[in-house]
Every structure is written in C-alpha cells, then in structure tokens.
Design a binder for this molecule. Structure first.
Ligand SMILES: *Cc1c(COP(=O)(O)O)cnc(C)c1O
Length: 398
C-alpha cells in the first residue's frame, strides 16, 4: 500500500484489478495506421477514430511541415491576449463554408468545445435537456453551466417531450431551454433522430445543439455531418464537431450563426483561458477539410469497408447492437469477458479496445471496433478470421 497520502486511491486501483478492468494504455510505436506497431508487435488496428486515414495523410503532413517552418511550433497565448493567427482564421472560414453556416469557432478539443459552449450560453434558471448517452464533455458542460439538467432515456422521443414539458414549467422567466444530443452515439454507433428532436425543440421554444464528433467526416454529403445527413441546414442552432477523429488531427469547433460565434469568442472559457492550437495542427486541419471538400472517395471507402465488415461479423453470429455507422461494438456483456476478448484478440494480431463501466453501463461491456478507409480487403479478412477464432474460443459465437 502506498504511503504518500493516496492510499485511498491505491485501494480503488486494487478494486479495479479485482474487477479485471485495470489497464494501462498500450504503447503505439510510430504511425497510427490501419496496421500499427503496438507494444512491440504489428497488429491490425481497429481501435482508432481515424475514420478516413487522415492522421497519416501525405497532404496533411506536408501542410504541417510547412506551417512549422513558416510559423514555428507554438501560438504564444490565448487568442484574446496574443491575437488570432491568420491560420486560425483560415480554418474557421473553411469550416463555416464546409458546414454551410455563418461562422465557426475552433477550440482546443471536441471536449472543450462541448463543455465550454454549454457552460457559456446557459446559466442558473435555464434548463438543458440531454440524452442519457450523451458524451461526458456534454455532461460536464451541463454541470458547469449550473442550469437545471433534465436527462431523457436514450433516443426516446416521448421521454424528450416529457422532459420538455417539465422544462417549460421550471425554466425561469426569460430563461432558455437547450436540447442537446450526440449526432452519432460514440459507444453504440446509432444515429440520433434529429428531425424529431428539432421538431419537438421548436414546439417548446428550445434551442438545439448536436455533437457531431462521430458524424463529421462520416455522415452527410462529403462528411458534412448529421445536419446535412438529415437535410436540416439552418434548423440546428449549434453544431459541434471534432477535428480529432475523421479529420485526423486535434481540436473541436462550433459552427453556427455569427452572433453565436461572436458571443462564444467573448465568453467561452476554453477560448479565454487556454492557449490556441499550434500552427502545425491548424494547418493540417485546414488541409483535411479542403481534401474532404474536394473528394468523397475516402468516405465511400470507409462505408464500403464498414458494410463488408459488419455483414461478415453478423454472419458469424456476433451481436453488434444498434449501430448504423462505422462504429462497430461487439457486445459481450460481462466486463471481465470483454477485457479478455480484447486481450486475446491482441494475441491474435488485432487491436480493439475492451470498453466497460463507466464508459458504458454496467453489464454492457463490449469490444469496440472501427474500420477505416485505409484498411485493405486483406486487413479486413485477417481481422475477421482472428475475431471468429477468438469469439468461438470465448463462446461468444457458435
Ligand atoms: C470524442 C468525442 C468528443 C471529444 O472530442 P475530442 O476532440 O477528442 O476532445 C466529444 N463528443 C463525442 C460524442 C465524442 O465521441
């Protein structure tokens, strides 16, 4: 037992070990590709959110290299102190064009974009109505805002209506109601029923916010996200996206009206109190969005790989839950069994993370896989063979 005053934490760690869910991240050596060297061995990588393979794309690497040479490696301070770099401005104009909104504001991450935005626009007496499976960063933003929080059962529109009724009764005079949802749910891969959500929000005079972390670069024309997928341009007040997943680099953003963007620039705490992106990151993001605007070839490949992979997994007898997107959870249930599945897959040359409480509810542990545009047919077939062997050994499939 530790003698550093943290014995209470050491006890919790012992508990995790007892539950079979204690683990330190594996070490990735070199590139984050469809195949990667992880803990010293080459494996097929089904763990990343690098949907389009942009994390190692030559055009992004070249853009980052040039930006380092021209600008150096740091941005100096927060934007309201040291100024916005012209690269930040170019990225925001590019994002607004891509998302077909009046403006966009880039944050350091999708996490700070969600948490910082909700906390900036709501306060005590306002009400936020949130899907129970929304991302942790939305939940934290709701808490930070000190607004009243109403949580509706996942994807349940009768439940949403009920919470909106309560919200209308409880909101302070002149206060706001915000309905917030993930566009694609990160652990199940299902798509939020945005038209119904927008319709209900409108009926109750509520604002809407969608977190498109797993929808940008995946859903909609050229990967414009769930608003585009559902044909709802101009009808969702706040679109949040990440630059860390399909876009391949790092960061988050809000796309919406000019008023919203100007307000956030003055009040969102991650913008005011945390340093902006370094030039290499900003330049690589600009190049990624341009590439996505020019061609949807990578997105087509992503979806073709996804359709093949999911059909084969279902044919083998795996339970993939309600997924409608490239997020492909293989349901296991028991936490220890999910971790064992992941460990044995690694021994078979496939890297896919076991996911347990608190990331998903207790008893709903799973191994989450994502194929990317970069995986070859050979990669997918090898991975499927390993999944079949391991799944049979553990009794997950016949
Ligand atoms: C990953 C994720 C985020 C956070 O994005 P980062 O850019 O990694 O900070 C936010 N929301 C959802 C739904 C996510 O899956």
């Amino acid at each position: 037992m530790a003698h550093d005053g943290f014995s209470f934490l050491a006890q919790e760690l012992e508990q995790l070990k007892g539950q079979g869910v204690y683990r330190l991240p594996r070490v990735v050596q070199g590139r984050q590709g469809a195949r990667a060297v992880i803990d010293g061995r080459e494996v097929i990588n089904l763990a990343s959110n690098n949907y389009l393979g942009l994390a190692t794309h030559p055009r992004l690497i070249e853009a980052a290299r040039r930006a380092v040479e021209a600008y150096g490696v740091g941005s100096g301070a927060v934007r309201t102190i040291v100024g916005t770099q012209d690269l930040h401005q170019i990225l925001e104009v590019t994002l607004a064009r891509f998302k077909r909104t009046e403006g966009a504001l880039v944050y350091q991450s999708g996490f700070t974009a969600n948490a910082g935005t909700v906390a900036a626009i709501l306060g005590p007496g306002d009400v936020v109505v949130s899907d129970e499976l929304n991302h942790a960063s939305i939940i934290d933003g709701c808490r930070l805002s000190r607004a009243t929080i109403k949580v509706y059962p996942h994807g349940d529109m009768a439940g949403l209506r009920e919470k909106l009724e309560e919200a209308r009764r409880e909101v302070r005079e002149g206060g706001r109601i915000l309905v917030v949802t993930d566009g694609v749910f990160s652990m199940d891969g299902d798509i939020a029923p945005l038209p119904e959500i927008v319709g209900l929000a409108r009926a109750y005079g509520a604002l809407t916010m969608v977190d498109d972390a797993h929808a940008s670069g995946v859903l909609g024309d050229h990967g414009r996200g769930s608003v585009d997928h559902w044909g709802l341009h101009g009808q969702v007040d706040i679109q949040v996206g990440t630059l860390s997943k399909a876009v391949g680099v790092l960061g988050g953003y809000v796309a919406g009206s000019r008023t919203l963007i100007e307000y956030l620039l003055h009040r969102a705490r991650p913008i005011l109190f945390s340093t902006s992106h370094p030039p290499a990151v900003t330049a690589a993001c600009i190049e990624a969005i341009r590439l996505m605007e020019e061609s949807d070839e990578l997105i087509q490949r992503l979806w073709a790989n996804t359709r093949f992979f999911q059909a084969e997994l279902r044919a083998l007898g795996f339970d993939l839950g309600p997924t409608q997107t490239p997020i492909t959870p293989i349901m296991v249930g028991d936490e220890r069994a999910a971790m064992a599945f992941s460990d044995q897959l690694f021994e078979e040359g496939v890297f896919a993370q076991g996911i347990a409480y608190p990331t998903v509810p207790r008893g709903k542990a799973r191994v989450r896989t994502i194929v990317t545009a970069e995986h070859t047919q050979q990669d997918l077939e090898e991975a499927l063979e390993a999944l079949a062997r391991t799944g049979r050994r553990l009794g997950l499939i016949p």
